[in-house]
Write a protein that binds this ligand. Sequence first.
Ligand code: BES
Ligand code: MN
Ligand code: ZN
Length: 511
Amino acid sequence: MRFTPATALEQLDAEALVAFVHPGASLQPALAAWDAARGGTLAAVLTAGDLAGEASALLPFWLPGGPVRRVVVASLGKAGGLDLEGFRAAAGEAARCVQELGHRSAGVLLPDPAALGWAAGEAPSWDALAEAIAEGAGLATFRYSRGQKAAQDPAPGLETVVPLAPDEHAALVDAAFGRAGKLVACIDVARTWIVRPGNDLTPARWADETRSEAERLGLSVEILDEHALQQRGFAAITAIARGSERPPRLMVVHHRGGAPDEAPIAIVGKGVTFDSGGIGIKPSQGMERMKYDMAGGAAALAIVFAAAQLGLPLNVTAVVPAVENMPSAHALVPNEIVTTYGGLTIEINDTDAEGRVILADAIAFAARDLGARAIVDMATLTGAIGIALGREYAGVMGTDPGLVAALCKASERSGEKLWELPLGPAHHNRFDEALRSDLADMLNYPGRDASAITAAAFLKPFAAGKPWAHFDIAGVGWSNAARGHRIKGPTAAPVRTVLAWLRAGAPFGEG
Ligand code: BES
Ligand code: MN
Ligand code: ZN
């Protein structure tokens, strides 16, 4: 999707127009005048009550006489109930509707934020509103097709979006659309990776594509192949990869926007390109979804790409272990003991709890080799998080209350919902006790009780005392239906939340 510079409604040359209204409220003056000059259709249908009251309801209709042939009005719900996430959702619904109706270009009329009924506090600025609208429209119109399906469906989609705003706000609006466009482009890279099946997006191919993308953006990248991983002691990563014909990789991508001597923020993501469960194979029902078991890794890479594209003045490094978890005659057998990169030993009692094992090496690498000043990991780690929180809230846990609180604050800005689960006190901790092994320092799977929490408790020691937080995105990583700005498919959570945190200066600890 391309955003053109902002213009006035009178100058709009696009196939469609999107506008936002509180049903029942009077039309914004520019829209009322534009509509009156075209016969007053919009005022007539709104007065007739055709637009449903609930937020994100749509009213699409033809407007004969061109050049704008179609108008889509999106409801903002009752005045007094509005927030920026509501705007992202309404913009998403409207943009998807325009795209599905076959239009390639649309103008989006920005309302005056001061004239709307916000739920809490002051009205947002023009650029915050513009960014939310552009984000919503960009997120919702992502389409993915490859191979045969792509050949059958050559429809170009909504290619051009024209923001319509008063002259005095045009520069801010353009900059906001520019930022949103860059962020969505990075999210699209992640979503395109997540939808690809395991035979296509193998660890090696993913690493090659990551290298090209990083180099295209001017970022430095290191890829460790199987040999390098073995040589350097990443035994947890190579152990999980052993059952697969497809060799593992460790991807490390640096954005150096901060002072040269400043330790980086590490963003670690689980990159299991397909999780069959290994020797402890999963039931076949629904197993195909496990191609998305690298959604955390794709998100981590997208975060660093976006941090670079937005020119954030921070050093941020993505660390993504990529493996396929398969059963074979060579595969890891239950009860094997693995010595991780950090030196701690793990008794692998369950080969399907593989994510935490590869993350152990990656987090230890971030703490030791990168000397990260804070570590944030993201992973489709447990089915249990979906049982506990469902498909709307990601789970977050961590060792640094300031970091967890700052991430929760950032999630209020991004609209990606987040809920903290208790990791327990450092001194006497039942979750840590549950991980005790008779054969090694830790068990990789202590059982079903609180298993989203024990998975996080397993990761904790690998951060070696650094401020650390963990997102469990297994419940929210994939959406079964298109709704608001969400497509049917990968959500790329928690990219926008972590970006919001980085844009606030990546606060953690007391400060
Ligand atoms: N990738 C899965 C987590 C998962 C499960 C994501 C279901 C989405 C839906 C992870 O590797 C896994 O298999 N976890 C198991 C752990 C256990 C059975 C060893 C789980 O949570 O069920
Ligand atoms: Mn698994
Ligand atoms: Zn997994």
